[in-house]
Write a protein that binds this ligand. Structure first.
Ligand code: MG
Length: 498
């Protein structure tokens, strides 16, 4: 048994290395690579993907998993979790032929480049054939699996293990009317002023300020770094090498700061995983929703809170005296929390954000069911924006082309963002019970108790527990919308005097 376990771990470590190599290539593609490298990079990723797939789905791994899982009680809890998680991945991957995975990698590499150009020129027709191919392949992908309650379940499960389309729809259906009601109340209240956010800010100074903030959060720079990318992301090469990216937008300079906080939340999660899990199937976060709960917590529940700015605002004001001249702390706080239906998901405020997600979920489900064709996406997108948020994109760059996900073949992903918001608030209620003076600590610029709590209760476990089980274990219930609704209502009642 011991020998088999060691053999299994050795192969898993090699697979982790191959996956890491692909992540490095992906990071380089988004951070450094000239556009001329697209074709070659597609080959690199396709070849790596093929070999990784072949190694992981080999008969040998299948046999080891069979033997180890048939005698799981002889394993320690970590090893048992490792085998369980790897077996689930194995069962999924053995259903998908290696050629299909290689083709998808190639198609995605081209689609990424096409999306980039399409967005720059705001011309959906450049991206359309690529996306059509991706949707066609996604529908093919679903066919490799046994029929689920809904074909979309198969896709969702890749990002949120155990979660069903019907579960998400039920949570969203309960949430939507309450968020819409809150937004309406806010719309009827006196609007806050955030004109100071739209002044000119130095990119360098904002970058440096963001670095200071996440250093104070506890992001470990000896095991990380930050670069610029078109679409901010976090990527992990090792528990000891977890990187983030950010971007500067002239029209929305301060967003850079919140993007750095957001990605640092993802990164601190990955830096906090038990070092024993390095190069094993347990190394990553539990799921995308749990991951997003961490990024959203550091960006919003911490980074857009009043106690946080009681500490940081004097410093920010010193760096940008002209831009923030005459702006009180209270008005700054209100300004960065302004609620206003807007076009771009990543810049949306907390009250409207989830509606952007609901729109995408409906489009994805429609495409997977075959009810919605790619050619109609821009029109349907705009109609739904009008419906949910009352705003219509003037062009596709600000509409259907804004997100990178579909170009990477990632369909089934978006709902995890909204679920992450819900989990962040759910954890927050528990954290505030366990650490009653959290606000006081933030006012002093201290975040170590929060990070310590997250390390202990969430981070160190990596993928050991399924997301719903982890949330239940920590908070006492599965993912639910109630704490998020309570959080939004309390925060915006104060800001807008509702
Ligand atoms: Mg994120």
């Amino acid at each position: 048994m011991h020998e088999k376990l060691n053999e299994f771990k050795q192969i898993m470590a090699e697979i982790a290395d191959l996956n890491t190599a692909a992540s490095v290539l992906g990071w380089d593609q988004q951070v450094n690579m000239p556009s001329g490298g697209t074709e070659a990079r597609g080959n690199h990723l396709a070849t790596l993907g093929k070999f990784t797939h072949e190694l992981f789905t080999s008969e040998k791994v299948g046999k080891l998993l069979e033997e180890l899982s048939s005698d799981a009680s002889a394993l320690g809890p970590d090893d048992a979790a490792m085998v369980r998680v790897a077996k689930r991945d194995y069962d999924k991957e053995t259903r998908v032929p290696g050629e299909f995975i290689a083709e998808m990698a190639m198609v995605s590499a081209h689609a990424h480049e096409a999306w980039f150009e399409a967005r720059a020129k705001s011309d959906f027709s450049i991206f359309r054939p690529n996306l059509e191919k991706i949707v066609e392949m996604t529908r093919q992908y679903v066919q490799f699996f046994p029929p689920a309650d809904h074909p979309y379940d198969t896709l969702l499960d890749n990002f949120e293990p155990g979660m069903k389309t019907a579960d998400v729809q039920a949570i969203f259906n309960a949430l939507r009317p309450r968020q819409v009601q809150l937004i309406k109340k806010i719309a009827a209240a006196k609007q806050v002023n955030n004109a100071f956010l739209h002044k000119k800010y130095s990119e360098k100074k904002l970058w440096d300020f963001g670095v200071d903030v996440v250093t104070q959060y506890g992001y470990d720079w000896s095991r990380g770094r930050q670069d610029k990318a078109a679409h901010p992301f976090e990527t992990t090469f090792s528990i000891n090498d977890v990187r983030i990216t950010t971007r500067f937008e002239k029209n929305n300079p301060i967003a850079m700061l919140f993007s750095t906080m957001h990605e640092s939340g993802h990164a601190m999660y990955e830096q906090g995983v038990n070092i024993e899990y390095e190069r094993t199937p347990l190394q990553r976060g539990a799921s995308l929703a749990v991951h997003e709960s961490q990024s959203r917590m550091w960006e919003n529940l911490v980074g857009r809170s009043l106690p946080f700015w009681e500490h940081f605002y004097p410093r920010l004001k010193k760096i940008f005296p002209a831009q923030l001249d005459g702006v009180s702390l209270r008005n700054f706080y209100k300004g960065i929390n302004k609620v206003e239906p807007s076009l771009i998901r990543v810049n949306a405020d907390e009250a409207t954000y989830n509606l952007h997600i609901m729109l995408r979920l409906e489009l994805e489900i429609g495409m997977v069911e075959g009810r919605i064709s790619v050619k109609d996406l821009p029109e349907i997108w705009n109609a739904k924006m009008q419906d949910y948020l009352g705003v219509v994109p003037p062009n596709d760059a600000l509409g259907v082309l804004q997100d990178i996900h579909w170009s990477g073949g990632m369909i089934g992903y978006f709902s995890t963002y909204a679920l992450g918001n819900l989990v962040s608030a759910q954890l927050w209620e528990k954290i505030n019970k366990d650490i009653p003076d959290l606000d006081e600590q933030f006012r002093k610029g201290k975040f170590d108790s929060l990070l310590g709590w997250l390390r202990e209760n969430v981070h160190r476990h990596g993928r050991k527990y399924d997301p719903q089980d982890l949330v239940q274990r920590v908070t006492g219930s599965k993912i639910t919308a109630e704490p998020y609704v309570r959080y939004l209502t309390a925060k915006y009642s104060d800001i807008y005097g509702l």
